[in-house]
Design a binder for this molecule. Structure first.
Ligand SMILES: O=C(O)CCC(=O)C(=O)O
Ligand SMILES: [Fe+2]
Length: 264
């Protein structure tokens, strides 16, 4: 099996639990970014199955290192992807979470956004709401929200990969120009029960440290966030308090186990 080393430590995993995302800036090779800039919009199934896409993006050591840390050994590597390509100016999407967002506390699915080209504010960056991944709500119930305190526009350099909890609230932000803005979206899934799959400084499991309130969170909801974070942390450390379906229900995505991939 291709060797993938975990890259996150205890603190970084706790941060991911709290924020629901991590960004790896400018990690993809410049020439490969350029190649991806001109790819067509929509489904990209054949392209993501190429060794080139796997080597440069899906199994890039930094990307795969985060996946290995959060989803464990022999995760499912994406076999399809969608290119969210915008050209004409638009008003932006409404806040939503995607597809069949899972209910559970375990981390069984990572959804990633790869930006081959730099995204500036006028290009209509993806916007996310850090910490919103635990608020599983009716899509229509959040669609009317305007700006939310703490929202983040992913204005990023070329070659950035953002890795998110599937349930995070997000949208394409308003776009003011007619330039191409691409984002290639794909998902990884867990196949094995968690056992503190990241880098360890010591074998002693530290207790979950709640990082405090996101700007839009009130006191009581913050207690709930703390407890949800603790449930996720304990589960990831193999101290199961909750049960999860592994791999999670797959509606739009599929994948191939890492162990079945051979790069030429
Ligand atoms: O393109 C983006 O920035 C986000 C697109 C998106 O979230 C969607 O179409 O579901
Ligand atoms: Fe979306």
């Amino acid at each position: 099996m291709i060797n993938v080393e975990p890259t996150l430590n205890d603190h970084e995993v706790m941060q991911f639990i709290h924020n629901g995302y991590i960004t790896l800036e400018s990690i993809v090779d410049v020439d490969f970014n350029r190649e991806c800039e001109s790819v067509q919009g929509g489904r990209l199934n054949d392209f993501v199955l190429t060794d080139e896409f796997r080597r440069n993006v899906l199994l890039h050591p930094e990307v795969a290192g985060v996946v290995r840390s959060l989803l464990g050994d022999n995760f499912l590597v994406p076999t399809n992807a969608h290119h969210h390509l915008f050209e004409a100016a638009h008003r932006g999407q409404t806040w939503h979470s995607d597809g069949l967002t899972e209910y559970g506390y375990g981390i069984t699915h990572l959804q990633c956004y790869y930006y081959p080209k730099e995204v500036e504010i006028e290009d209509g960056p993806t916007m996310i709401l850090p910490g919103s991944h635990h608020r599983l709500v009716d899509r229509e119930a959040i669609a009317h929200y305007g700006d939310i305190l703490g929202q983040l526009s992913l204005t990023v350099p070329a070659g950035t990969v953002a890795m998110t909890r599937y349930g995070i609230w997000h949208k394409a932000g308003p776009k003011l120009n007619d330039d191409r803005r691409g984002m290639i979206k794909f998902s990884y899934f867990r196949t094995a029960m968690p056992k503190r799959d990241w880098m360890r400084d010591s074998d002693e499991i530290p207790p979950y440290q709640h990082a405090g309130r996101h700007p839009y969170v009130t006191e009581v909801e913050s207690y709930r966030d703390r407890r949800r974070g603790e449930l996720t942390w304990n589960w990831l450390c193999g101290l199961a308090e909750v049960e999860e379906e592994i791999p999670p229900i797959q509606m739009f995505n599929s994948g191939i186990p890492l162990s079945e991939i051979q790069l030429q």
